[in-house]
Design a protein around this ligand. Structure first.
Ligand SMILES: *Cc1c(COP(=O)(O)O)cnc(C)c1O
Length: 367
């Protein structure tokens, strides 16, 4: 069976370095908010090309902390893509703000910038963009709108570590960005982890404080904060894996290129890179390779029968979830079409050529 994502194989490559690092941390006697956290967040800020990186407990907290850090709350509206993993939208709701859903572009699956302006009201405070599946959003159009209406741009970069838009890294494309280091992400740790990146000095200081019980110094609390910190062990592991991220993303790109060139089946729609019209550009880091097909469940079953594990990202759109029952009757036809037809095939830096070839062959033989 070709696994959808072989996390053991991904991390096994770094076993010796990780073993040494954990030993080091064990010996240090210091396990939360120490040297490892500082080293990694400095390296990751440098990697993204921003002034600040603040570690936190997971990607969801990163997004929540940004919204809380800006002081957005009840009555404030934040534009979000209708087509995303529900975490992006929950982060808005959790702060008491109202998520305002916008349909995606059917080709990139990312938020359609041309549909944003009509959703802006006097209560709109920010646009949250999600670089879905690893592909950067069309930021130029988003920036023009944000400037015109004086809105903050929040990036959900949980799927796009290392993606580049017009020469700048994801995480530096808006006012603040949230990353997840969940094990399955392009940069993942061995548990939960996340961070916020920003060039905003004031916001960075506030988020750092908020994430540590609102404490600016020991036993002195200036905000009603939360506990959301990146453990020393996870930070240490992330610092090891960060060195290999660009290489891993390059391998993902190579596999995506191979898929795009060689999958040839009238029943299958391949993903497209939109920012620049060439196949080998850097705007996509292929966290997920999602194709579309009219009878998705049938293709998924066929692949499984052929020893290939496929997944669906995601089977039910947020507005159709029970958690958002107030939206269940709303219609987002593009989002719904994508959710009905999407299927993710394996893509990861540890897939070998024989596996990739087998996946292509099986897809081409599918009728
Ligand atoms: C994974 C993910 C998150 C949440 O990250 P966690 O670390 O699991 O909390 C948020 N948004 C998107 C788009 C994601 O893929």
């Amino acid at each position: 069976m070709i696994k959808f994502l072989d996390l053991y194989k991904i991390n096994e490559r770094f076993r010796d370095e990780i073993d040494l690092k954990i030993k080091d941390i064990l010996n240090s006697g210091w396990y939360v908010l120490g040297k490892q956290n500082e080293i990694f967040t400095n390296h990751f800020a440098e990697f993204c090309g921003v002034k600040h990186c603040i570690g936190c407990a997971n990607g969801f907290d990163a997004l929540k902390l940004i919204i809380k850090g800006y002081g957005f709350s009840k009555g404030d509206e934040i534009i979000v893509p209708a087509n995303t993993y529900i975490a992006s939208i929950l982060a808005v709701s959790e702060n008491g703000c109202t998520p305002v859903l916008v349909e995606p572009d059917i080709n990139t699956y990312n938020i359609n910038p041309d549909l944003i302006e009509e959703k802006i009201t006097e209560n709109t405070k920010a646009i949250m963009v999600v670089h879905l599946y690893g592909q950067t959003v069309n930021m130029q159009k988003i920036r023009n709108i944000a400037e015109k209406y004086n809105l903050k741009i929040i990036e959900d970069s949980a799927q796009a570590h290392g993606a580049v838009y017009h020469g700048k890294k994801c995480g530096s494309l808006g006012d603040a960005s949230g990353f997840s280091f969940y094990p399955g992400k392009n940069l993942g740790c061995l548990g939960d982890g996340g961070c916020v990146t920003t060039n905003d000095d004031e916001l960075a200081e506030k988020i750092k404080t908020l994430a540590n019980y609102g404490s600016d110094r020991k036993y002195h609390h200036i905000y009603k904060g939360v506990n959301s910190r990146l453990d020393e062990i996870q930070a240490g592991i992330l610092d090891i894996k960060l060195k290999y991220l660009d290489n891993d993303n390059q391998r993902r790109r190579q596999i995506a290129q191979y898929y795009c060139k060689n999958i040839n089946n009238p029943n299958i729609i391949l993903p497209v890179e939109k920012q620049m019209p060439i196949l080998d550009n850097l705007s996509h880091v292929w966290h997920i390779f999602a194709l579309r097909t009219p009878n998705r469940d049938r293709l998924k079953k066929y692949l499984e029968q052929n020893g290939i594990e496929a997944n669906i990202h995601y089977p039910t759109p947020p507005h159709k979830q029970k958690a958002y029952k107030e939206w269940n009757n709303m219609q987002f036809p593009v989002t719904e079409k994508i959710h009905n037809e999407i299927l993710s095939i394996p893509i990861s830096p540890v897939l070998v050529d024989a596996e990739i070839e087998k996946i292509v062959r099986s897809l081409n033989e599918y009728v």
